[in-house]
Write a protein that binds this ligand. Sequence first.
Ligand SMILES: *[C@@H]1O[C@H](CO)[C@@H](O)[C@H](O)[C@H]1NC(C)=O
Ligand SMILES: *[C@@H]1O[C@H](CO)[C@@H](O)[C@H](O)[C@H]1NC(C)=O
Ligand SMILES: *[C@@H]1O[C@H](CO)[C@@H](O)[C@H](O)[C@H]1NC(C)=O
Ligand SMILES: *[C@@H]1O[C@H](CO)[C@@H](O)[C@H](O)[C@H]1NC(C)=O
Ligand SMILES: *[C@@H]1O[C@H](CO)[C@@H](O)[C@H](O)[C@H]1NC(C)=O
Length: 432
Amino acid sequence: MLKRYNMQKMNVAKPIQLLTIFLLFEVSVFGQYDSDDFEDEYEREVDSEYPSIFHQIPHVEYNIPYATIPVECAKECFCPPTFPVSMYCDHRKLLTIPNIPAHIQHLYLQHNEIEAVPLESFVNATALREIDLSHNKIKSHKIDNGVFAKFAHLRQLHLHHNELEEIPFPLPRSLERLILGFNQISKSHSKALEGLMHLTMLDLCNNCLEDSQLKGIGFSSMRNLMQINLCNNKLESMLPDLPPSIMYLSLENNSISFIPDNYFHNLPNLTALRMSHNNLQEIPYNAFIFSNLLELNLGHNKLKQIFYIPRSLQHLYLEDNEIEVMNVTLMCPTIDPLNLSHLTYIRVDQNKLTAPISTYAFFCFPHVRSIYYGEQKISKDQQTQLRTPVFRRFLTPEEYEEAEDVHEEQDENHDHESRGSDNDNYLDPYFY
Ligand SMILES: *[C@@H]1O[C@H](CO)[C@@H](O)[C@H](O)[C@H]1NC(C)=O
Ligand SMILES: *[C@@H]1O[C@H](CO)[C@@H](O)[C@H](O)[C@H]1NC(C)=O
Ligand SMILES: *[C@@H]1O[C@H](CO)[C@@H](O)[C@H](O)[C@H]1NC(C)=O
Ligand SMILES: *[C@@H]1O[C@H](CO)[C@@H](O)[C@H](O)[C@H]1NC(C)=O
Ligand SMILES: *[C@@H]1O[C@H](CO)[C@@H](O)[C@H](O)[C@H]1NC(C)=O
């Protein structure tokens, strides 16, 4: 899934080649927008979460010799004979959790009507590695104290689409993926996430979290955390204290108005930052100067001024802001012909531009394939179009081949409201 972001072969261009590259640019007008937009993964159906037995097979670790595995299975559920460490109890209108036999490692209870998680159901279950309780009606006060913490081997806990009001606490230290999206979480024990040093993915999108609940949470103690999703919450500031291991940060649709200077300087591995639909008025000019970002989405904010664009960046989304000039001198103060920018796509519709980006930009961003200008806001109720709503460069045969490889052009004929493509799954907590 990360294929899209494999670094492109670096194009080492000597000055003469630069000129050639420049001459290759040609402007053409397209009525249709290249839908490279990926905003709301959550609007997609999440059927893919339905567990396939075959999905799980590579992860099996048979602790017990095959022949001695008991065929015990809760009567409400199905334990495949070929894969008896899994128990499937999903989509059965269950009101309570059945008794879990001791040998079960993968437990699927999603899409039922379960409200409580009692200790009794799990007295014998000590081998659990994965529990899926998503799409139920679980309430925080009906989770027995310590029920999850006792699973010393638990790696994945899926509790999205329930009625939780708090982050469950305590949790086992073995946890790697914790999925809590689509609840009503507005509270958290200050130690709720402490010591989860194996956690790589934390999803808390679509809850009611405010800054104060995340203050003392100690994100930096999660030393292996690669992805945090906190979209559709009520945050007003950036998360404090992120560990340097973070690669994907999703903060869309909060009320964040400010990014501290140097905030990203300690996040060298940050690959994708999504902060559309916030209240940002400016980005510190040097915010991304040491950054290795590939994707930056700052659409639907109130930005007036452009900022330094790191060379690593490939996709830049700035639609629906207040930008009047795409000042190339600011975006790209110097050109190093041996170390050119990787930028391929810019989206700047719904800003206040009166002219397209200066052609000088193409010396600095020689890999740019398309710039979507769309409509611009001139005054409150007036919209206007630049003469070229879409700039599109014809690709060299090598680039064309590469684009084919990554299916970049696959949505070419969709209009720009259409939703993201399969390439975005790396940020989707429900994709595995
Ligand atoms: C736990 O295991 C014991 C011994 O096998 C059995 O008698 C008991 O019913 C089990 N309890 C549950 C809740 O599964
Ligand atoms: C933003 O979140 C609110 C709820 O907090 C929701 O009603 C709204 O639809 C979301 N907007 C977008 C653009 O996702
Ligand atoms: C950043 O990524 C590199 C390469 O994947 C990895 O070796 C390194 O440990 C990561 N840094 C942190 C702080 O996780
Ligand atoms: C771009 O920014 C530079 C540096 O701040 C400034 O000198 C220049 O006038 C700006 N150009 C435009 C077209 O605004
Ligand atoms: C290219 O630039 C980046 C950031 O400016 C820097 O970290 C990297 O070392 C440079 N690479 C080369 C080959 O000069």
